[in-house]
Design a protein around this ligand. Structure first.
Ligand code: PBG
Length: 337
């Protein structure tokens, strides 16, 4: 529908009228600066043991942990909706957890089986995997603990083995999310030594110590047993530090640099986009998902509009890829199905 832009007094108004480019749907589409496409979405999936098991996550309405068979079914639906990559997380049984995260490198562990079976069933799906010890740690920390401290280099050597074991199972890209120093270079080297030249690394380079991971920790039962994650995850007050971390990880061989969380950190996405040359991804995290869901459930927000507006903001801030629990919804909204 066209709107009237004429002035009451002809010729009395400036020549420049921004509204001319907003008059119709057609012109608005023509001058759109940032567009979303399903291939830029990465869908996180939570895997549990068992068969035909589907466990809804109360703090993430509409999202569930799934056994491998159901996860594969979901991955097929995602692929049909145009999504080309998934990011796998597993919830390990309590009895498998220890301080060293031993289960993380079990060649027949849940993650390794999930990767293998998914790549068998749907080889064209690009499979990314989380590399961090927290789901396997009896302390719920991302690193090995000694005297209340999170050990850096000892943790990195487990992460190297974990990355290689995911690569052996068929992962296309590993995503170290623990913020230990030097892990990207170490993992790159370990992958090269084992001839996994083609396996990429998506580095969580600017991962903040954020309250917005709360629902995720419910999903994986991975909340820290003592203290917090502030000695390894970043201070939400900092942005220069994010560009430094991003540049360092790029130097160490990261193929994609990630910023996390998303919406409260759009300035960080922009700063990192402007300071590295590899693709930048952003993680629209569990707490951000929960906020939109909760507001929509109460009728305070229109869910679909909130999803697209939020994801478009990531693109506008400079993100090339977006990890989001809304991946399938967004793909469907964009394609109008
Ligand atoms: C684990 C990890 C976390 C998330 C992704 N990988 C949680 C944490 O660091 O405590 C959060 C994802 C989300 O909240 O959606 N290292």
């Amino acid at each position: 529908m066209s709107i009237r832009l004429s002035s009451a007094i002809p010729g009395s108004f400036p020549n420049v009228r921004g509204r001319r480019l907003r008059v119709t749907e057609g012109i608005r589409e023509m001058v759109t600066e940032n567009r979303l496409h399903p291939s830029m979405f990465i869908a996180p999936l939570f895997v549990i043991g068992g068969n035909s098991t589907h466990e809804p996550i109360p703090s993430m309405p509409g999202y569930a942990r799934m056994s491998i068979d159901l996860m594969i079914r979901e991955a097929k639906e995602l692929y049909e909706a145009g999504i080309r990559s998934v990011l796998l997380f597993v919830k390990a049984e309590d009895e498998l957890k220890d301080n060293e995260g031993t289960e993380a490198i079990n060649p027949d562990g849940l993650m390794q089986r999930a990767i293998r079976e998914l790549k068998n069933a749907l080889p064209e799906m690009y499979v990314m995997t989380d590399i961090a010890l927290d789901p396997y740690s009896s302390y719920g920390h991302d690193g090995i603990v000694e005297d209340g401290q999170i050990l850096n280099d000892e943790t990195v050597s487990v992460l190297e083995k974990m990355a290689v074991s995911h690569a052996k199972a068929g992962a296309d890209m590993v995503a170290p999310s623990d913020m230990m120093d030097g892990r990207i270079g170490a993992i790159r080297k370990a992958l090269e030594v084992e001839s996994f030249y083609h396996v990429g690394i998506m580095a969580y380079s600017a991962k903040y110590a954020s309250c917005f991971y709360g629902p995720f920790r419910d999903a994986l039962d991975s909340a820290p047993g003592f203290g917090d994650k502030k000695t390894y995850q970043m201070n939400p007050a900092n942005v220069r530090e994010a560009t430094r971390e991003g540049q360092q990880d790029e130097q160490e061989g990261a193929d994609i640099i990630m910023v996390k969380p998303g919406l409260p950190y759009l300035d960080v996405v922009r700063a990192v986009r402007d300071s590295v040359s590899v693709p930048v991804s952003v993680y629209h995290v569990s707490g951000e998902y929960a906020m939109i869901k909760a507001a929509a459930e109460k009728g305070f927000l229109d869910e679909n509009t909130a999803i697209i507006e939020t994801l478009t903001a990531f693109k506008r801030a400079g993100a090339d890829l977006i990890a989001t629990y809304f991946a399938k919804d967004a793909a469907r909204i964009i394609s109008g199905s």
